[in-house]
Design a protein around this ligand. Structure first.
Ligand code: NAD
Length: 298
């Protein structure tokens, strides 16, 4: 029987692999962390002792790794030499566009079908099987890719050719990082001007300042029930993750010769916040840095 190899069973990959198992897929799982492999085994995955063993004769390989260097080495050393002929290879990690394109080109040369398919939706989406996948692939491969991703997905959207999934992801997250800073500044100014936060929120939510960072993820507590600001900025999307994506965006902008001064400023501000020791806090906690009130954070 054909199987799916799943390599990288961390905060995201663990839940994703479990959802494949629930859908009846035979998953052979590997992670450098034994604990992560044990968790995947408890969810019904078959344990393996190396990425090469997981990938051996796999018809489908899914990777969820920290960064581009991990993706390059796992594909070169374990996936390409071992996966079944013509296998479908899907990298869901968030990595640099250049690496995604390079790995896609190698895969094509070797006769594999490849997609970069980074996700939005965080660990809650990974656990619930409701991720959005932004896919860079040859158009002809999309139906097969969407079929394999379905047990983990709310939405699968093709962004364009290989590399386009990563490009969309970093552009979106650069926009998110910038818009959150704008919302934080506006809320801090509103407070300094003596405005009631609720009144400002209600009016701006129905005016031209409206955006997701304000109405779905408000960094002031008590205004949006699900926002991490209500939980001392625990959980959510960490400052370290946001910083990683902003760095990827700046790298891509430099390589493409694009001007992104607000993205550069956002990177500098989140880097400053991380250096103060708040890398694990949700990124919306940056409101405290901008307000000069880091002492409010635990
Ligand atoms: P994580 O650090 O929890 O998991 C990564 C896993 O990869 C770890 O368990 C690590 O041991 C494993 N790993 C590293 N090198 C390996 C190798 N050579 N072979 C096998 N396993 C290896 O990270 P995560 O939060 O699960 O994120 C994974 C990817 O998803 C990242 O690229 C991240 O940017 C992206 N992402 C994360 C979130 C989030 O909310 N956590 C949201 C969207 C996208």
């Amino acid at each position: 029987m054909s199987h799916t190899a799943f390599i990288g069973l961390g905060h995201m990959g663990g839940g994703m692999a479990a959802n494949l198992v629930k859908a009846g897929v035979e998953v052979r799982a590997f992670d450098l962390s034994t604990l992560a492999v044990e968790r995947a085994a408890a969810a019904g995955c078959a344990r393996t002792v190396s990425a090469a063993e997981a990938a051996r004769d796999a018809e489908v390989v899914i990777t969820m790794l920290p960064a581009g260097a991990h993706v390059r080495s796992v594909y070169a050393e374990a996936v390409f030499p071992n996966a079944a002929k013509g296998a479908l290879l899907i990298d869901c990690s968030t990595i640099d566009v250049e690496t995604a394109r390079a790995v896609a080109a190698q895969a094509r040369e070797l006769g594999f079908r490849f997609a970069d398919a980074p996700v939005s939706g965080g660990t809650a989406g990974a656990d619930a099987g409701t991720l959005t996948f932004m896919v860079g692939c040859d158009e002809a491969n999309l139906p097969a890719i969407a079929y394999e991703l379905a047990p983990m997905a709310k939405t699968v959207i093709r962004a364009g050719d290989p590399g386009a999934g990563q490009a969309v992801k970093i552009c979106n997250n650069m926009l998110l990082g910038i818009s959150m800073l704008g919302v934080c500044e506006a809320l801090n100014l509103a407070e300094a001007l003596g405005l009631d936060a609720q009144a400002f929120f209600e009016i701006a939510s129905k005016s031209s300042g409206q955006c997701w960072s304000l109405t779905s993820y408000c960094p002031v507590p008590g205004l949006v029930a699900a926002a991490p600001s209500n939980r001392d900025f625990e959980g959510g999307f960490s400052t370290a993750m946001m910083l990683k994506d902003l760095k990827l965006a700046q790298g891509a902008a430099a390589a493409a010769g694009a001007s992104t001064p607000l993205g550069a400023s956002a990177e500098a501000l989140y880097a400053l916040f991380e250096r103060q020791g708040y890398g694990d806090k949700d990124f919306s906690a940056v409101i405290k840095l901008l307000a000069g009130r880091l002492d409010d954070l635990s």
